[in-house]
Design a protein around this ligand. Sequence first.
Ligand code: PEP
Ligand code: MN
Length: 360
Amino acid sequence: MKNNKNLSNWLNEMGLTHPLVIAGPCSAESEEQVLNIAHQLKKTDATVFRAGIWKPRTRPGNFEGVGEIGLKWLKKVKEKTGMLTATEVANPTHVELALRNDIDILWIGARSTVSPFIVQEIAEALKGTHKIVLVKNPVNPDLALWLGAVERLHTSNIKKLGVIHRGFSTYEKTKYRNNPEWQIPIDLQNQFPDLPLILDPSHIAGRRDIIFDLCQTALDLNFDGLMIETHHEPDNAWSDAKQQITPAILKKITGDLRIRKEEGDAIEYQIKLDSLRSRINSIDHKLTEILGKRMQIADEIGTLKKNSNVAILQNKRWNEILEKMVLEGKDNKLSEEFVLKIYKAIHQESINHQKRIVNK
Ligand code: PEP
Ligand code: MN
């Protein structure tokens, strides 16, 4: 594909495929595992092999990566398959070892991007490197922090820079492991259209069944590549087992993705339309989810009213809500008529929910 984005960057210059597909296990586990997966990936659209060598684990006591020896295995992957190799670096020692072992792409993980001190140390260790450096978004939804990390690397004279969108952590449980918050990468792309933007659907999803949809959304939003965790036996993976897919599934996913190859007015229109529609879909998804949550609270109020033998309809409270929402609606350029219609429908649904509980 390339579409309305002018790729005057290193992706183009290096003749890399578009979209760039980076795949491989969450963690390197053994030489056999790494080589086995790499040979299977050779038959897919993946051109870069990823594997974590040093793993940032939330709780101690879990598998924390094989360490330096894994870099030799990645070197072997390159020799045997010709794929480029990629791994995460989280401190200057990692950088030195990765560079010494000729790793092609070094990425900074989400837990490192949050720390300007760590990013600065990594940037200094990488000074002037010709290797590709990719920056994952910080775990918290903060565009300035993400861009700050990119700036620190840019200041270190690193030319082949890119970013990876891996979603943002929330305390609330949703269908995602990390919320995509698409508006953040969209804003980033608007400010820096030439900075390659790669989606990591694996860490956003935390599961296998929504990886395809995430990838399609990203392509519709003009992302430049995908980084997908891939394992020969996902269920037995030593880390992130639930989200990894087999090379065969990866092949199916990238084969089914709608990727446009031509330029032209009609295509441009379609791409822009798809991009806007993806944003609408993501907002609709949130709207429905939030309405569902509102109704769960209405259910709890229903139980409370039932236990205290109080009537469901409380006119005073209802009129207060309406007044407040009409005012907030104005601030958001929504007509009074529309706000009243929506809130009456929401209120009715709340009453139905509470009725069901009270009359149970
Ligand atoms: C990973 O890519 O395996 C990883 C640890 O990712 P993140 O930094 O996005 O959590
Ligand atoms: Mn992982």
